[in-house]
Design a protein. Structure first.
Ligand SMILES: CC(C)(COP(=O)(O)OP(=O)(O)OC[C@H]1O[C@@H](n2cnc3c(N)ncnc32)[C@H](O)[C@@H]1OP(=O)(O)O)[C@@H](O)C(=O)NCCC(=O)NCCS
Length: 200
């Protein structure tokens, strides 16, 4: 059985090849991918290759990307956990949304769902996140849902030949438990891929 998470207005599940057309449309906007090392998408082969890569990363316990589906409007973007360190029980969250979904409930609710996944289902103690220091929208969006900005990691991300600084954010398990994010009801169906169930 597949794995999914359902919140008040969204469902998250691993992307499937059938989702490629929706991802192509959402990420063909250069504003959406402006801060990333990839994109914008121009042809269906690109989201198809991404979806195939996700399947391998899930099997190996490297990265757990999930398609965000709005119950009324359909696919909205991607959120996922990566950079797992099971010994220290930490990982990183990253999100992108189609521009029509910016400034809506989707970022807040999907972050709450992925926090439930990380803290409750996968036993993490810390979820971190990055933003480009010039990406004020992403920086504010992380702070608005309770992530603390902890500093700047210099030349952390490579985009082609350029090395970029990032803001590093974190939310600790105890902070999540006390936050409004933990109050958003999330129901899971199926079991997360076994490679991610390693925290001890
Ligand atoms: C990052 C992203 C997921 C955030 O979702 P969102 O729906 O846009 O976020 P929200 O609207 O909830 O929050 C954005 C906040 O930034 C504020 N904001 C918007 N534009 C801003 C700007 N240019 N400067 C400063 N703040 C800005 C908003 O007022 C809001 O703050 P508030 O919650 O205090 O009102 C979404 O914008 C996105 O997908 N961007 C493209 C991909 C990306 O950059 N991902 C992050 C990579 S680190």
């Amino acid at each position: 059985m597949g794995f999914s998470l359902t919140g008040p207005s969204l469902t998250l599940r691993p992307p499937q090849p059938d989702d490629a057309a929706a991802l192509l449309e959402l990420a063909s906007d250069s504003e959406v991918t402006r801060w990333f090392s990839w994109g914008p998408y121009t042809e269906i082969e690109q989201p198809l290759a991404y979806i195939e890569r996700c399947a391998g990363q899930r099997e190996r316990g490297e990265q757990l990307d999930l398609l965000i589906i709005d119950h009324e409007l359909g696919p909205a973007g991607i959120t996922g956990l990566s950079e797992f360190n099971f010994r220290d029980r930490r990982c990183i969250v990253g999100t992108w949304l189609g521009a029509d979904f910016w400034g809506t409930h989707v970022n807040r609710e999907s972050k709450a769902m992925v926090a439930h996944l990380g803290f409750e289902l996968l036993g993490m103690n810390r979820i971190g996140s990055y933003s480009n220091p010039q990406n004020e929208r992403s920086t504010s969006a992380l702070e608005a849902v309770g992530y603390s900005r902890e500093g700047v990691l210099r030349q952390w991300h490579r985009h082609g030949a350029r090395y970029l600084d990032v803001n590093i954010f974190g939310m600790l398990r105890e902070e999540w438990l006390a936050s409004e994010q933990a109050e958003i009801e999330v129901v899971s169906e199926g079991t997360p891929p076994s490679a991610f169930l390693q925290a001890s």
